[in-house]
Design a protein around this ligand. Structure first.
Ligand SMILES: Cc1cc2nc3c(=O)[nH]c(=O)nc-3n(C[C@H](O)[C@H](O)[C@H](O)COP(=O)(O)OP(=O)(O)OC[C@H]3O[C@@H](n4cnc5c(N)ncnc54)[C@H](O)[C@@H]3O)c2cc1C
Length: 431
């Protein structure tokens, strides 16, 4: 493939310096967005995208929601024609094995050297596989890749009961999906509430009730101790001694960042690849974005690694700007969503370190929000089936504005109008 792209904005006012060749390791959300953003910004050098998986790059959120094995095209991040039209060289089914930072070369598993001017690690994360007797890689169900989703879809018809280890987003999305097919579900959660790492206690409790009503058996403060066979079924033994006969066990206990390639190259890693505000690793010729990147985020104190589509996309766009001559610190508000049964959960901001919660609407109505504060400052907003509250929250939080608590609690108060006026009044930063 040609190293020059002629099909897009020729002569765009970009400052590329000596940047001729960008190599991206990973073929997920962050990688593809970066390639697209570089081209949109007029980058004319070569872009090589390396992906371990053989499939064309696809979206992950549908895997645990409305996955239909037949709807492949709808899941693609970009149409197949995008890559050739934009001179993005795809190397799929290919693993980047080593980085030679002195020679600025990525060495592939088959020994092929790929020189780079700038290397981007968008290696994502992989599911945690616990060290439990009887559980080994491949036997339990899991969801991270298209292959995992096909495996679940192929087997779902034979299930009468599934045990899910982990009461986080993915475990609970799958629990809802299974209940919609009248499959019995036990969810085993080590903590004392659902999605405890990311949700306020009141919102966790709403989802406890939602899933209980849907027929999911929730077992808190418990873990899977061992998995064995009982005739044709699996026999799961829990830490409290309970045994469960089940057709399949799904592991949904979180992910680990794919940072081994970076670590072996001597880059700084700490539960992910550590980057600075402009998403550069400890080697300025290498950046990291998406699920694998531990970054300074202005919406929390210290470094954080986020696992969300928003973060993957916004980091890719921020890096593309930097690589084409417009560097700026990453400064996007984190937001998330999850669909569980009839509830669409949306979260704006990071809810850590809050000391006050204001309820807007009634959980019993299945459409409400929780505004989370530190002192009088709004920190995050969790919404169920209230997209208008979520959008207002994103607007306000992005620019550091709050809603008075009394107004947040008053469902008659027009938050959209308040946000519009407040954002207009906000003084511009002095430059
Ligand atoms: C089932 C599921 C549901 C989700 N639902 C939501 C949701 O509702 N909302 C939301 O915001 N987020 C959701 N997410 C999270 C979101 O999809 C991720 O945050 C996002 O995909 C991260 O993109 P990424 O590019 O950083 O990593 P990934 O998408 O993980 O892509 C990384 C890619 O790099 C490849 N790779 C790694 N190392 C190498 C190597 N050495 N050589 C070659 N290739 C390599 C991997 O195989 C992988 O394909 C969900 C994730 C999953 C798994």
């Amino acid at each position: 493939m040609s190293s020059k792209n002629t099909a897009h904005t020729e002569g765009a006012a970009v400052s590329q310096g000596r940047l001729e060749r960008v190599v991206i390791v990973g073929s997920g959300q962050a990688a593809v967005e970066l390639a697209a953003s570089l081209r949109q910004r007029g980058f004319t050098g070569s872009i090589i995208l390396i992906g371990e998986e053989r499939n064309l790059p696809y979206q992950k959120p549908p895997l645990s929601k409305d996955f239909h094995p037949a709807s492949k095209a709808a899941m693609l991040l970009r149409a197949e024609s995008f890559y050739a039209a934009n001179s993005v060289e795809l190397r799929l089914g290919a693993v980047a094995e080593r980085i030679d930072r002195v020679a600025r070369v990525v060495v592939m598993a088959d020994g092929t050297p790929l020189p780079y001017d700038h290397l981007v690690l968008a290696t994502g994360a992989r599911n945690r596989v616990p060290d439990i007797p009887g559980v080994s890689v491949g036997t339990p169900l899991e969801l991270r890749t298209l292959a995992h989703a096909h495996n679940l879809a192929a087997r779902i018809a034979e299930f009468r009961h599934v045990t899910i280890a982990g009461g986080g987003f993915i475990g609970l999305e799958v629990a809802s999906l299974l209940r919609s097919r009248e499959i019995e579900v036990d969810v085993i959660e080590a903590a004392d509430r659902l999605m405890g790492r990311v949700l306020s206690p009141v919102m966790s409790d709403y989802f406890r009730q939602l899933h209980t009503k849907a027929g999911v058996r929730l077992r808190f403060r418990n873990t899977v101790k061992s998995v064995g066979k009982d005739a044709a079924r699996e026999l799961v033994t829990l830490a409290d001694g309970t045994t469960i006969n089940t057709d399949a066990i799904m592991m949904a206990i979180g992910v680990l960042p794919n940072d081994a390639l970076a670590a072996a190259a001597g880059l700084k890693v700490d539960n992910g690849i550590v980057v600075d505000a402009e998403l550069r690793t400890s080697d300025p010729a290498i950046s990291a974005i998406g699920d694998c990147a531990v970054h300074p985020n202005p919406f929390c104190s210290g470094l954080i690694r986020l696992e969300s589509v928003q973060n993957a996309i916004d980091q890719a766009r921020c890096l593309a700007a930097g690589l084409t001559g417009w560097p700026s610190p990453y400064h996007s508000l984190p937001w998330f969503w999850s669909n569980q049964g009839s509830a669409r959960l949306q979260i704006a901001g990071l809810a850590a370190d809050t000391d006050g919660a204001v309820l807007r609407g009634e959980p019993g109505s299945d459409a409400f929000s929780i505004f989370l504060y530190k002192g009088e400052r709004l920190i995050a907003v969790e919404s169920v089936n209230k997209p208008s509250d979520h959008m207002v929250a994103r607007r306000l939080l992005s620019v550091g504005l709050s809603v008075p608590k009394s107004m947040a609690a008053d469902t008659g108060a027009d938050l959209k109008q308040f946000a519009g006026a407040a954002v207009v009044r906000k003084p511009s930063p002095v430059t």
